[in-house]
Design a binder for this molecule. Sequence first.
Ligand code: C5P
Length: 212
Amino acid sequence: MVIAADGSAASGKTTGAKLISKKYSLQFLSSGLLYRYASYQLLKYKPKNAIFFLKKCFNNLNLKKLNNKNLHSPEISVHTSIVAKDQKIRNILKAFQKNFSKKYNKVCIEGRDIGTVILPNADIKFFFKCNLDVAARRRFKELRKTNKHINFADVKKAMRIRDNSDKKRKNSPLIQAKNAVIVQTDKLKNIKGMLNKMSKIIEEKIKEKYGS
Ligand code: C5P
């Protein structure tokens, strides 16, 4: 079972993808974290040859190490969406994601181009949508935990700019794959409602694929 989950910032894709990964024993990967890590490394080491440097970084990348870093600061978010426009950088991360899905076989990857570029033959493609105001409130609540001075209007503005950049860029823009199932998270009552909707689709697929 291979599942792709795409969507804009704070649309609920990470929460949804993590829940179904746990429920159906799929290996979970947040591809956004990979882009954030690339940005973090470039800002920290300022290498002369970014591509050579990143190739090395991703050859030695340990996923546990990745989860321990704070890669969600507003500075990294802004820089990440710039880094993500570069096709050579995307190719390095694409290879990493392809290896990941080959290695584990039962996977769920979330991001922006998973259903369209990384896993075009995924069994199920979810596409998460959420009204910007609701999404910004979610992100604001998260960021407030570590930064009491953060301002809601700034968070919302930064998210609008980042989403637009992700949708309009030339390379692997955020678009809904043809056969994707939409999960409109601002219309769902709660997280349980989201999990139920996703589970129903996965179980139909399991029946179709394995007959039980
Ligand atoms: O999902 P997250 O918000 O952590 O992603 C951070 C940024 O990484 C996105 O705004 C986007 O620019 C980039 N990204 C991407 N392709 C992906 C995942 C993330 O371009 N598959």
